[in-house]
Design a protein around this ligand. Sequence first.
Ligand code: PLP
Length: 380
Amino acid sequence: MKVPLLDLKEQYKSIKEEILKVTEKIFDSQYFILGPRVEALEKDIAGYCSSKHALGVSSGTDALLISLMAADMDAQQTVITTPYTFFATAGSIVRTGASPIFVDIDPDTYNMSPESLERVIASMTDKERASLKAVIPVHLYGQCADMDPILKIAKKYNLFVIEDAAQAIGAEYRGRRAGSMGDFGCFSFFPSKNLGAFGDGGMVITGSDELYDKLRVLRVHGSHPKYYHKLAGGNFRLDAIQAAIVSVKLKHLDKWTESRQENARKYRELFANSGIDDVIKLPVEKEDRHIYNQFVICVKDKRDDLRLFLNEVGVGTEIYYPIPMHLQECFLDLNYKKGDFPVAEHAALHTLALPIYPELSDDQLAYVVEKIAAFYKIKK
Ligand SMILES: Cc1ncc(COP(=O)(O)O)c(C=O)c1O
């Protein structure tokens, strides 16, 4: 049996007619950049994410970058984030000239630990604290970070909060939607996300009129009015084709999310009966609405052998992420070393993402667990 990590073709089959209809209209109109399709999606995403404003941008990475630019980051400043994330979170900080400061993660959710955040800020000198401008919690795998204490700490130290919600559209924390709690919420429409485009795309949401106005200007090279530049922005525009495709998909998103949650429930049942629950830690659901962009298990040992074995028997997996940010070669000048963030380093060595996409069959789910159980029973 084959169980790929993700099979977008199955999803496409179910919405093909809708997609072809809307894209044909765009081809006929020859209106490709920004415009009414993008505005319609912005309105829908603002509503879906309970935010006042939404701005379509070229990718999740650019959503982070433009938010940092709107927060006026520069080379003298620092931003706190987690070392256990996709590169773009830390990469976008560096691209503004600022420096990232990392804090360790919670061992259950893999999200920023508020205790570590408080500890790191408390240990700073006054000068270091004065340079600190923002914090970027990441809602990893589709579950929100523990936002209340993070927001409280940010308020205490007067920091911008930029939520990296690239993996978490529609996730909730104590009744609030991912992205809507901080100053900026950043989303990715990369095809493998729960709400994916047919290419790159992203969105920033904000509740602030002032920040929204600034984001709008930064998206078009800082031009306002046209060809007059008070700010140096970039080309962060979303195109009409991607916006229209994402709009079609948004109507199906809650149904797909429920299927992912249902698959997670089935995995839990299957693992509970597999006889190997002592070697596997399942995802811990701490917050209200986990949207399961990824279903990530943590295994006691032999993670890489397990991955090879699963690959041989037709099960796709991935490691998100094998090298924490503080150990990446391009960040060596930040002077972090192995051992600085033990929870993130442990996660990088022991976690494995299993297939969780909505169209998986019960037989496929059972097959994945059966093969993992077979591997550990042989290796015990
Ligand atoms: C946590 C996180 N942040 C940022 C990004 C960047 O998004 P994109 O690939 O759309 O640039 C991603 C997506 O891969 C992500 O998973």
